[in-house]
Structure formats: structure tokens, C-alpha cells
Design a binder for this molecule. Sequence first.
Ligand SMILES: NC(=O)c1ccc[n+]([C@@H]2O[C@H](COP(=O)([O-])OP(=O)(O)OC[C@H]3O[C@@H](n4cnc5c(N)ncnc54)[C@H](OP(=O)(O)O)[C@@H]3O)[C@@H](O)[C@H]2O)c1
Length: 331
Amino acid sequence: MASRKKIVTVTGATGFVGRALVQRLMSEPDVAIRCLVRPGSDVSALRRLDGEVSLVYGDITQPETLNEAFEGAWGVVNLAGHREFWSRSRKDFYTLNEGGAKNVFRASLASGVSKVVQVSTPLAFGVPDRIPFDENTPPGGHPSDYARSKYLGDAAGWRMYEEEGLPLTIVYLAAVIGAGDDKSTMEVRRAVDRKLPALVGADTTYTYVYVGDAAEAITRALLKADAVGRRYLIGDQRATTREYFKLIGEIANVPIPSWNIPETCLLPVARGMEWLSRRTGVRPAIPLDVIKTTAAGSLLFDSSRAVEELGMSYTPLKAALEEAVAEIRAT
Ligand SMILES: NC(=O)c1ccc[n+]([C@@H]2O[C@H](COP(=O)([O-])OP(=O)(O)OC[C@H]3O[C@@H](n4cnc5c(N)ncnc54)[C@H](OP(=O)(O)O)[C@@H]3O)[C@@H](O)[C@H]2O)c1
């Protein structure tokens, strides 16, 4: 007899949030997980799940490769994205975060799925007029190509929701912290390895979310019957950059520099590094878009809708950082 489980196609399942989401979805008895992976993806973590998930090859920037992954799916979670503040070609951000997302939405419409969860970032709101902002606040200008490209991908999905009936929910994850992040964007490893030369934007406040809570929020948005057409800002753990690194220092028992370099001093340095990196292909130590993002000020939002409608509660930032530091120490 054919399985009655709902097939959920997850793009970006090999990534930091994707692996946590797959683990979380495995506890849903009515869900069958199908991961869209690229031919070159490291699928070892997914293969270790003992056949509990199926893998289908595809690339979200190549729409002709998506049919098999979407056919017969009940739901789609789009996590595939370029989560970085630097790329040798700035076009990469738009090819993946905007164009790739559009391809996922079109494939979802073509295969008649019932739910699509687009995973975005509060940075997609840019620098809005009102802080703290909420889901209804109009976006402001974007200081980075990451933020702008995510905004454009979300906006394309929203148009398809309004004009073509795409069953879309968008979740905007605060900066995600926990074990399993192999990217350097959150700077945990650099701090633990005592390689942080100084602080930048020490008094800027960001909002964080534990990776397990991020997976929980995506799952709840996916399975909640009346979440179509809703948008949710996820995470409520706030810390200034100074407080964030102080916590890492205390957990890892390493010294953290107290010296804060103003963005105005760093901008010309970051521009020079960017110029060099474009030629060498090596990531700059200080990406220009990081400095521009920090200079844009604190990222504060009201996350009460996700608490009220998804029943979210959040793990303390300290616990999330303890998990991240423990993993770094163990490797
Ligand atoms: N982590 C955060 O703090 C955070 C916060 C807010 C929002 N988000 C959003 O959440 C999503 C996932 O983030 P993450 O932290 O898990 O990122 P990640 O670890 O960098 O993972 C990115 C994923 O995208 C996949 N991917 C890249 N290009 C692809 C393509 N052309 N076709 C199909 N898959 C492709 C990667 O597959 P490969 O294994 O093949 O490279 C990987 O699975 C992103 O869209 C990001 O914008 C993340």
C-alpha cells in the first residue's frame, strides 16, 4: 500500500539550519522527508539518518532539474541560499537568493503543493523607519547584497502568493547559533581561537535564535493549517556585540578584546580588502558588507506574533553559544 505520509521537500537540507530541520521533521510521524541536494553536496550527515530521508538531485538555479524533487510533494521548505556577506561576484547572491527562490516557488506552483515555507532573515527588512519593526513594517534600504537578494526573493514569493495563489509562509530567522555551523559569519570560532583583533560595532544590538528553535519555528509554520499568507519574525535573544563576545569569552575561558574600531575607520580598509579578494578569490577578513550592516545600526524586531500564533518560546543565547563552543572545542 502506498505511504499516506505527507512528502516535504527540503532545499538546503545539507546546510546548518537544514540538518537541524531534517532532524526535527523526523519526529513528525506523518511526514516523509525528501531532500533536494546538489550533485556535489556533502550528504554524509543525511546518509547517516539510515534511509529515513530520501535524496533527490537538483539545483535551484536550474529550474529544469527540479521536477523530480517537487513531484507529489505536499510541502516545500526553501532553505537553499547564499548566507554570506561576501562573494567574488555579487551576482551570486541574486542568482541564488532571488532567482533560485523564484524557481522553487514556480516549481511549487507547477506541482500543486499545499504549503511552501520560505526561510528568510530579518535583514530583508533593511533599515526600516521604525525600530523595533514587525512583520507589517515596510522595508528600508539594504546595506548588503545578502539582505537585498533575500528581500527580492521573498518579494517574488509574496507576489506569487497574491497573484497566483502560492501557499506561502515566510519565516525570518534571527542570527542562528548552535552546533553545526561551518561558516564563519557568526565569528564564534575566531573568538574561541583568540583571533579576534578588536570589536566592530560593539554597542550594536542583534537578535539571535538557537538552531533547534529555528527548526521548531519552521516546522510549526509548515504544519500549521492557517499559516498560509502569514509572515513570522523568529527569535528574541538580544545582545550587543560586546555582550555577545563577552559571553563567548566566559564560556570558552578566552580573553576578548575590548577595543572597538569605529566603522568609519574600517570602511576604507574593508574596501581595499574587497578589491584584493575579488582578484584572489579569498574571503576578506573584514567583508565590506559586514561593516555596512554594522554601521546601519541595531537589528531589533518584535517577535510576538510567532509567540502568539506558533507558540514559540526561546532558548537562552548563552545555552546556544555553549553548544557552539563545545563543538568547536571538540574538533
Ligand atoms: N544561519 C543563519 O543565521 C540564518 C539566519 C536567517 C536566515 N537564514 C537563511 O536560512 C537558509 C539556510 O541557512 P544556513 O545557515 O543553513 O546556510 P548554509 O549552511 O550556508 O546552507 C546553505 C544550503 O543551501 C544549499 N545550496 C546552495 N546553493 C544551492 C543551489 N544552487 N541549489 C540547491 N541548494 C543549494 C547548500 O547546499 P550544498 O551543501 O550543496 O552547498 C546548503 O545546503 C538560507 O536561505 C539563509 O539565508 C539563515
